[in-house]
Ligand binder design. Structure first.
Ligand code: PEP
Length: 263
């Protein structure tokens, strides 16, 4: 079975104590899963990172930050630098989440500076991309994704490929007002993303995991995870209770096993 990725961005919800309890519960619930087959990661708020780091085994769950400044230090009030994040012991940095792009107006060019800095500092770098509903209606989703990847990874060298992950999260499918994307639509977009990664990085681009996120839940996780170009699920609301996330992960793994047995 291919290695599958399951992760969650906790956004601005859990405080330090809630984050620690959640992580400990999730680690316990998922302890038996082979980490050769499954990679779990959680992305808490900045303020919870230090305590979160001490509360889990990173062999079991990787920890990430929700954002990062591209500069190591300087006159950037309110920003957090890669060096400060390193001190917290995290493994990965998420860049370009839809809410950063659309609420805080971050551009592809800024995401590119963050990607370069995150890789330089040795973090697994999770770049989020996705089209808006209007872009989808105008039938330019593929062009939008290609632009986000081409600019996002401009100047990144092939040696960094093993530290790059992608989350495809269509803006119209994320959050409380999101509409879940159909599995065949997601598969079509993931194929475009994978093709573009090969254009950028050559054959090594094939090794970059591409996760899907946007209203993933226990009802649709099976149809999504069995798509050949979907390497994992990036889950918001449906993952914020450790028991529910564990159930979603196991349901997805069983669906993959059934698919494997059928073929
Ligand atoms: C997200 O915001 O990245 C996300 C995937 O959220 P949800 O699953 O709640 O739509």
């Amino acid at each position: 079975m291919k290695k599958v990725y399951f992760g969650s961005n906790l956004k601005m919800y859990k405080n330090i104590a809630d984050t620690v309890t959640y992580l400990q519960d999730l680690q316990q619930n998922t302890y038996d899963l082979s980490r050769d087959d499954v990679q779990l990661f959680i992305i808490p708020s900045y303020t919870a990172l230090e305590s979160a780091n001490k509360s889990i085994d990173h062999q079991k769950i990787l920890l990430g930050a929700q954002n990062m400044c591209w500069e190591d230090q300087g006159q950037f009030t309110g920003e957090i630098s890669p060096l400060m994040l390193k001190e917290t012991g995290i493994d990965l940095v998420m860049i370009g989440h839809s809410e950063r792009r659309h609420i805080f107006n971050e551009t592809n060019y800024e995401e590119n500076k963050k990607v370069l800095s995150s890789l330089k500092n040795g973090f697994i770098t999770l770049l989020c991309i996705g089209e808006t509903e209007t872009q989808k209606d105008y039938m330019i989703s593929k062009e939008v994704l290609r632009e986000q990847l081409r600019i996002g990874f401009y100047g990144v060298n092939t040696e960094s490929v093993n530290k790059i992950w992608i989350a495809y999260e269509p803006v119209w499918s994320i959050g409380v007002n999101g509409k879940p994307a159909k599995a065949d639509y997601v598969e079509e977009m993931h194929k475009i993303i994978k093709e573009c990664l090969i254009e950028i990085f050559g054959s090594k681009g094939r090794d970059i995991p591409v996760l899907y996120g946007g209203s993933v839940n226990q009802q649709n996780c099976e149809s999504l995870i069995v798509q050949p170009s979907i390497d994992g699920l990036f889950v918001g609301r449906a993952a914020w209770n450790a028991d529910d996330f564990n159930a979603l992960i196991r349901q997805s793994l069983m669906a993959l096993q059934r698919e494997k047995d059928r073929n």
